[in-house]
Design a protein around this ligand. Structure first.
Ligand SMILES: *[C@@H]1O[C@H](CO)[C@@H](O)[C@H](O)[C@H]1NC(C)=O
Ligand SMILES: *[C@@H]1O[C@H](CO)[C@@H](O)[C@H](O)[C@H]1NC(C)=O
Length: 569
């Protein structure tokens, strides 16, 4: 083998003066430098780039068909989730692709590490000079104007002609980091409180204080979430943490002793870290998002075994690197959590189509294995993950991916209405999936010409569901504070699903897995339709909530008793 490679190397060096002289074909490009970034200058040739490549997956269409087969209530195979190796068969690149990519790596003296269990992701580190040669491009330093953060990226790259059809994408290249992570809008609710308590709560069970601040008791009363402990130890709820945020044990204890006096205040979570994720437990450094997410999972999904997954921040990779890492980390596990909640996201237009597709397919892989993937829809109404100026509506990622469940936010008790910040709309990357086709068509018909030309009428509509998302009481660094955001809604809905899974597993049945085909069919009647409010942005009133599904509150808010019936319990 060694001698063959040497011969090959000699032949290539005779035939070609520089590797760039090889037949490179343009692969991916951006039209412009992404908004908010500015060109600083050429990257230093010696800078080390941490690169990842994705090989073309052998049968993503087969995986999609298998996903729907096990996730659609009317299917004979509903609930028959796939094993790790069954999923990997659809994903593993063909032998031809592996051969083509390996010989190209070897020719260039690159040793790569396998990053995903199916072998579709490889990683390596090379200097800018070599990356520029092999991908026929120039890397530059770009600065994010608002934060000053610098990043080495390019606006286009090429790949060798013989790798077309084998090499799917090179990361991060054209994927700029998004410094606007999807964080909750943090506010000191108590001092800013200027809310007239609703005089007229319909349900006697909902404490009157819930008009003012949301606690676990409010959500339990509103949605009928049981307070009785879960019983199944195999049932797992995963909570993602990014950007160096960790969940503070002492804050959780204080939170439980204040807001869940009926359970032990020592109830806690397990921790997994990757990419040097932080967990100092120094109360001052605890993250608002991490504390919120853990307090409203442990605080609602009573006794469901919960794991906080702290993903470190690699400034080179940007936020998407962490998204790729946590998914490959979970795909590696024999028993990944049956529910994963993530309150981070970014605008779809800041993610390349290839990376968006790859991550979306990764959610399909976990879904096929029986994991419900939940993400907060974003906090900028129709303007994206955070409020921003815009001419056309800005969909968020990954909410536009059809293989996950996007959670929007509501506010108020009587009536419960859409929260104005609740991101919702239609993807420009992913078409309307069949499970929601009639729900979306009905909405578009009711909408008429409102917002015409500002959004993509053939895109996947989101969010799918919603829960309360304003004035959540949390404990951070020992203090009780109020927070708003779809970040509040995703852990709340995750807890509902985790408690349903506990009942299903106790009854000897499968967990729910990928939820959407269920939610839009037999599950739809288990939601309280939210029909008022809207999500303004881009100098419009955004989308109005309407009867039936809408791109502000989705199908509505959950009713636990009706969900039990809908899942057949
Ligand atoms: C009570 O609710 C009804 C219907 O939602 C509303 O019309 C009425 O104004 C409310 N009364 C008060 C005192 O808020
Ligand atoms: C609208 O969505 C469709 C379906 O995903 C997509 O093919 C098309 O490119 C999108 N249009 C624009 C302008 O982004």
């Amino acid at each position: 083998m060694v001698s063959v490679k040497l011969v090959l190397a000699c032949l290539f060096s005779l035939a070609l003066s520089k590797p760039t002289a090889r037949n490179l074909l343009p692969h991916e490009s951006l039209e412009d430098i992404p908004a908010g970034f500015q060109l600083v200058g050429p990257a230093s040739p010696d800078t080390t780039l941490k690169m990842r490549i994705a090989l073309v997956q052998s049968d993503p269409a087969g995986l999609e068909a298998a996903l729907y087969d096990v996730s659609t209530p009317s299917s004979a195979n509903y609930g028959q989730h796939l094993s790790k190796s069954e999923v990997e068969k659809f994903i593993a690149p063909t032998a031809d692709s592996v051969q083509a990519v390996n010989s190209w790596l070897a020719e260039n003296g690159i040793t790569a590490t396998q990053l995903s269990p199916a072998g579709d992701w490889l990683g390596f580190e090379i200097p800018v000079s070599q990356a520029e040669d092999i991908f026929g491009t120039q890397f530059s330093v770009f600065a994010h104007q608002a934060t000053g953060m610098q990043t080495v990226r390019t606006l286009s790259y090429s790949i060798p002609a013989e790798l077309q059809g084998h090499l799917d994408l090179v990361f991060p290249t054209i994927n700029f980091p998004d410094p606007n992570a999807n964080l909750p809008v943090f506010r000191h609710a108590v001092s800013k409180r200027d809310v007239t308590p609703a005089a007229n709560l319909t349900s006697d069970a909902v404490p009157s204080s819930c008009a003012d601040t949301i606690t676990p008791a409010c959500l339990q009363a509103l949605y009928g979430i049981p307070t009785t402990p879960a019983t199944q130890s195999s049932n797992q709820l995963g909570v993602s943490g990014f950007i160096e945020q960790f969940a503070n044990q002492a804050d959780l204890k204080t939170f439980l002793s204040k807001f869940r006096t009926d359970i032990s205040s020592s109830t806690t979570f397990s921790l997994e870290t990757l990419d040097d994720g932080s967990n100092s437990q120094n109360a001052r450094d605890a993250g608002v998002e991490a504390d919120l997410d853990v307090q409203y999972t442990i605080g609602l999904a009573t006794d469901v075994p919960t794991t906080f997954i702290s993903v470190g921040e690699d400034t080179q990779d940007g936020s998407l690197g962490g998204f790729l890492d946590i998914i490959n980390f979970l795909l590696e596990q024999d028993s990944p959590p049956q529910v994963l909640t993530t309150s981070y996201g970014q605008n779809e237009n800041t993610v390349s189509r290839s990376v968006a597709n790859n991550l979306c397919n990764a959610y399909a892989q976990l879904g096929a294995r029986g994991t419900s993937i939940l993400f907060a829809s974003g906090d900028g109404g129709v303007s994206g993950s955070q409020s921003a100026s815009c001419k056309t509506f800005v969909p968020t990622f990954p909410s536009g991916c059809p293989f996950m469940t996007s959670v929007g936010a509501t506010t108020g008790i009587n009536p419960e209405t859409a929260a104005a910040f609740s991101s919702g709309g239609f993807s420009n990357y992913f078409g309307t999936p069949s499970y929601q086709a009639s729900a979306v068509a009905s909405y578009l018909q009711a909408l008429g010409s409102t917002n015409s030309g500002k959004f993509n009428t053939s895109g996947r509509g989101y969010p799918d569901v919603s829960t309360q998302g304003e004035n959540f009481e949390i404990v951070v660094d020992g203090e009780t504070e109020g927070v708003d955001g779809t970040s509040c809604a995703s852990p709340t809905f995750a807890s509902v699903i985790a408690l349903l899974n506990d009942r299903l597993i106790a009854a000897g049945q499968s967990p729910l897995g990928f939820l959407n085909p269920f939610l839009y069919s037999t599950g739809a009647s288990a939601f309280t339709d939210i029909t008022s409010g809207d999500n303004p942005g881009c100098n419009t009133n955004g989308f109005p909530a309407k009867a039936g599904w809408d791109p502000v509150t989705g199908l509505g808010t959950p009713n636990f008793a009706k969900l039990l019936t809908a899942v057949g319990l």
